[in-house]
Design a protein. Structure first.
Ligand code: FAD
Length: 396
């Protein structure tokens, strides 16, 4: 059996590794357009191993995150990849947020997240001495890791198992035949019996090439980070998060400790004017036109333009970003923040303008397409791989 995988991010590599492990007789080939692996979402995320607090019980996210954490923890330990259970504190800054924090506690319990504790007053300050807030939910097992290192280890496993990663191989055409799939990758044509598409921010375009529906489209949201300036990293001990607003689950200033040292503050979420535009000035007319043409995006923009404007203000003006961050750490000064890197979220959007919340994976005969795998996609990568590999091999 010849299996092709498009995309050498953490999900494509995890899927390829798992397929090679389950079917040692198969030839597994990963096609990646860049000259290295993990250059997009996988190499530009927050590095958090989410414990499964937020996700709707019963959803794919809830299930695969819990399974994924256990697998990733064991894998990092075995492969000596940094994995630090620094813990996460989610804080309600005022009484209006306490109800939503209680709902998170309920979800976390239902999802089986271990060790959760409800904290008030000074108990909060014992965990994070500089944090503000009237109540907090503490997850001691939430961890941080290095997802690039995890992706490299997945590639090593794949290659040891006889599979390969072809770099500099952009997939530009997919033709699905009766039993096989022909793929144009760079200058070459390749034929596979099964194809799995894990193309991140381009997953909708590749899905369409493979004959899938147009929707959901991907809307790229850039997440810009600041960093705590050297000498101020002790403002936060572990991970300090806001209570998410159900309408904007990925918004709100987070403080995230890194395994490499230092603390990131962010990311925010502003519309990216190019799908891989990591700088504010990066614009690709084709990408922008596709976003603006999408009915889902227009509905989203009409409904949420105020929030969009607020995020943009924080992006353009460090003082506004710092003011938001000060709600959680009142002693933070604007000069404590220095510019950090940026990542782009591949967020799928349904035509009615709602953000696709759960992981979305479509099986279309010989082709499987990951159409939505936002956070906690990296945390869940090994469980997503099991889920996809079972389905791909069952269909064979
Ligand atoms: C700012 C930010 C913070 C995040 N924080 C966290 C976190 O703390 N914890 C967590 O669990 N998750 C987090 N996530 C989510 C996580 O990073 C993603 O779920 C995960 O990386 C998705 O992996 P992927 O392999 O699907 O995508 P990617 O890593 O984006 O990989 C897709 C790959 O496909 C390739 N590709 C695309 N088109 C083609 C083509 N035509 N031909 C060949 N190759 C192609 C790309 O070059 C790329 O290498 C975060 C994401 C972002 C953006």
């Amino acid at each position: 059996m010849r299996i092709g995988v498009v995309g050498a991010g953490i999900i494509g590599l995890a899927v390829a590794r798992r397929l090679a492990e389950l079917r040692p007789d198969a030839t597994v080939t990963v096609l990646e357009k860049e000259s290295d692996i993990a250059t997009h979402q996988t190499g530009r995320n927050s590095g958090v191993v989410h414990a499964g607090i937020y996700y709707a019980p019963g959803s794919l996210k809830a299930r695969l995150c819990r399974l994924g954490v256990a697998q990733l923890h064991a894998y990092c330990t075995e492969r000596k990849i940094p994995y630090e259970e620094c813990g996460k504190l989610v804080v309600a800054v005022d009484e209006s947020e306490v109800g939503r924090l209680r709902e998170l506690e309920r979800r976390a319990t239902e999802n089986g997240v271990p060790g959760m504790r409800w904290l008030e007053g000074d108990e909060l300050r014992e965990i994070e001495p500089h944090a503000a807030g009237v109540a907090g939910l503490h997850s001691p097992t939430t961890a941080i890791t290095d997802y690039r290192a995890v992706a490299r280890a997945f590639r090593d496993d794949l290659e040891t198992g006889g599979g390969s990663v072809v770099l500099g191989a952009p997939v530009t055409a997919i033709v699905v035949g009766a039993d096989t799939v022909r793929v144009r990758a760079g200058e070459e044509e390749r034929e596979f019996d099964r194809l799995v598409v894990c193309a991140g921010v381009y997953s909708d375009r590749l899905a369409r090439l493979a004959g899938d529906e147009d929707e959901p489209v991907i809307v790229p949201f850039r997440g810009e980070y600041h960093r705590l300036a050297p000498g101020r990293e002790d403002l936060v001990r572990g991970l300090l998060y806001p209570v998410p607003d159900p309408a904007y689950p990925f918004l709100g200033v987070h403080f995230t400790r890194r395994v490499s040292g230092g603390v990131d503050v962010g990311p925010n979420a502003v519309l990216a004017l190019a799908r891989e535009g990591y700088r504010r000035r990066d614009v690709r007319i084709g990408d922008l036109a596709a976003t603006l043409r999408s009915p889902g995006f227009r509905r989203l923009a009409r409904r949420h333009w105020r929030m969009g404007a607020r995020e943009l203000r924080g992006s353009l003006w460090r003082g506004a970003f710092a003011a938001e961050a000060r709600r959680y750490v009142p002693t933070l000064r604007t000069e404590d923040l220095v510019p950090g890197p940026a990542g782009i979220r591949a967020q799928a959007l349904d035509p009615d303008g709602s953000l696709v919340d759960d992981f979305r994976i479509r099986h279309l005969g010989q082709v499987t397409v990951v159409r939505n795998a936002p956070s906690p996609g990296a945390t869940s990568s090994m469980a997503i791989a099991d889920h996809i590999a079972d389905e791909v091999l069952r269909a064979s």
